[in-house]
Design a protein around this ligand. Structure first.
Ligand SMILES: C[S@@+](CC[C@H](N)C(=O)[O-])C[C@H]1O[C@@H](n2cnc3c(N)ncnc32)[C@H](O)[C@@H]1O
Length: 205
């Protein structure tokens, strides 16, 4: 967090040089990867109505949902560089901590590719990329509060699209989903040498 603030200030000092500013942003904003592609595929297939992408990063997933489904998508991210980069793609994006500023029943679909790597507290590195990648010691430190609150912002027939890695503990996430009152259905899944990624569609049980 502290270093993130320093980086934002350094970027802002570049003044009107947008290319340099964008370069600085790329170094501190998660860029689209395999997990982003899987979330986009699932969201394009399952989302409807008003959509929120939590942790939008570069805004690439939100942009794909808009382009391929014509849906209105709001992106949110704790990282102001990410919100700015998403806005540069044409995504309506706000700086927010998870779901805090959004009103009840506001969205028909909520998508989230969370920071999920289990990280030893002694090895936390303290910058915006850590916030994009680290899920704390369990890998589930962002997934837990997200699942606790997502039912509040979700319309009655809404769907949550949540990316889960085998590194995070698939069964443990399913238990949290159940405790939050949702039923889970895998929508897309792909295995890589070190992990299997699944996007779950969550609907009220
Ligand atoms: C793995 S990246 C995913 C980025 C993008 N959605 C994608 O799939 O390419 C996780 C994102 O969550 C954001 N994030 C981390 N903690 C957050 C929080 N408490 N509230 C909102 N966003 C958060 C990070 O800044 C990062 O952009």
């Amino acid at each position: 967090m502290t270093r993130g603030g320093d980086e934002r200030d350094a970027g802002d000092e570049r003044g009107g040089d947008l290319a340099a500013l964008r370069g600085a942003d790329d170094a501190v904003v998660y860029q689209p990867a395999e997990d982003s592609g899987l979330l986009a595929e699932a969201a394009v297939a399952e989302a409807h109505g008003r959509v929120l992408e939590v942790g939008t990063g570069s805004g690439w997933v939100a942009e794909r949902i808009t382009e391929e489904r014509g849906l209105d998508v709001v992106g949110s991210d704790r990282n102001p560089h990410a919100a700015r980069q998403a806005r540069e793609r044409g995504v309506e994006a706000v700086v927010a901590d998870l779901l805090a500023p959004f009103r009840a029943d506001a969205f028909d679909a909520v998508c989230f590719n969370p920071p999920y790597l289990p990280t030893d507290p002694d090895n936390e590195w303290g910058d915006w990329m850590e916030h994009a990648l680290s899920g704390g010691e369990s890998g589930r430190e962002l997934i837990e509060p997200f699942l606790d609150d997502v039912g509040r912002v979700l319309a009655p027939d809404g769907v949550v699209l949540l990316l889960v890695s085998s590194l995070t503990g698939y069964d443990e996430v399913l238990d949290l989903v159940d405790e939050a009152g949702f039923a889970a259905e895998p929508v897309v899944e792909e295995s890589f040498p070190f992990e299997t990624l699944t996007v779950l569609a969550l609907r009220r049980a």
